[in-house]
Design a protein. Structure first.
Length: 255
């Protein structure tokens, strides 16, 4: 994707931030605009209907670019999310007028179909659930979380039972274990999901303190409902995987 990009100071900064969420469309704040570059720009121009242009990138080279005014974020962000894309919003963390160096930037928000509190994205006539599924030897575990309302549910049972729950709760986004794509497809064959995300193995015994440090609000929401269900139950693994997934970036004001 980025092999041909010349590492100017700004492009180096862009790539370092992009590496944190390589599968997300990066909205990179430049002055009064949010810009997208390279393949992100091609994708954004198609989904948003904005002009795809090019900017100079080193001697005799260019890079694809597409952008929109920063005040139009609430117009364009929902279109990307409804198209099933993850979006990393990268903002300027200092006033450009107060520095002579490259402006410090950081990812202030990661928005996905199942992880959003944006009023322009949410449909208040229905829940906006994020789900996580774990396939155990004798049973499956599933967890549902709507961060916009604080609703959290977890369950375990047969493939058929989990399939029915996924159909009933209609999550916007589902997390599953990498390497178990076949099992996931078989279990949710009839479920429409805006975004499916493969993540590293879900281990019920791995309770990461990093999760608590990064997103205490989310942990409070979940643990308030979990109570004392900390065991080897198949329903616990998806819970912690989901919490780690929604842990925000270190530059976020929520931390």
């Amino acid at each position: 994707m980025h092999e041909d990009i010349v590492l100017t100071p700004m492009m180096k900064q862009f790539l370092e931030l992009k590496a944190k969420h390589p599968d997300a469309v990066m909205l990179f704040r430049c002055g009064d605009f949010y810009e997208t570059y390279s393949t992100d720009a091609v994708l954004a121009s198609e989904i948003l209907g904005i002009t795809l242009t090019k900017r100079a990138n080193g001697k005799g080279k260019t890079i694809e670019m597409a952008g929109f005014p920063h005040h139009a974020l609430d117009t364009y962000l929902p279109k990307l999310i409804r198209a099933g894309k993850r979006v990393a919003i990268c903002d300027q963390l200092e006033d450009p007028k107060l520095t002579k160096k490259l402006v410090k930037r950081g990812i202030t928000e990661l928005v996905t179909p199942g992880v959003s509190i944006n009023d322009n994205i949410l449909n208040y006539r229905e829940n906006n659930f994020l789900a996580a599924v774990h396939f155990g030897k004798g049973a499956c575990g599933v967890a549902f979380l709507d961060i916009s309302t604080g609703e959290f549910l977890t369950a375990e049972g047969s493939f058929d039972h989990i399939d029915k729950l996924l159909n009933n709760f209609a999550p916007k986004e589902v997390l599953f274990e990498r390497g178990r794509r076949g099992m996931f497809d078989a279990a949710v064959a009839q479920v429409h999901v805006d975004l499916e995300v493969g993540i590293d193995g879900i281990d019920p015994f791995c309770i990461s303190l990093i999760i608590i440090a990064e997103n205490p609000q989310a942990v409070y929401i979940a643990l308030e409902h979990i109570g004392n269900k900390m065991g080897i139950s198949p329903g616990i693994g998806p819970t912690y995987a989901m919490l780690e997934y929604i842990a925000v970036d270190e530059d976020s004001p929520l931390v």
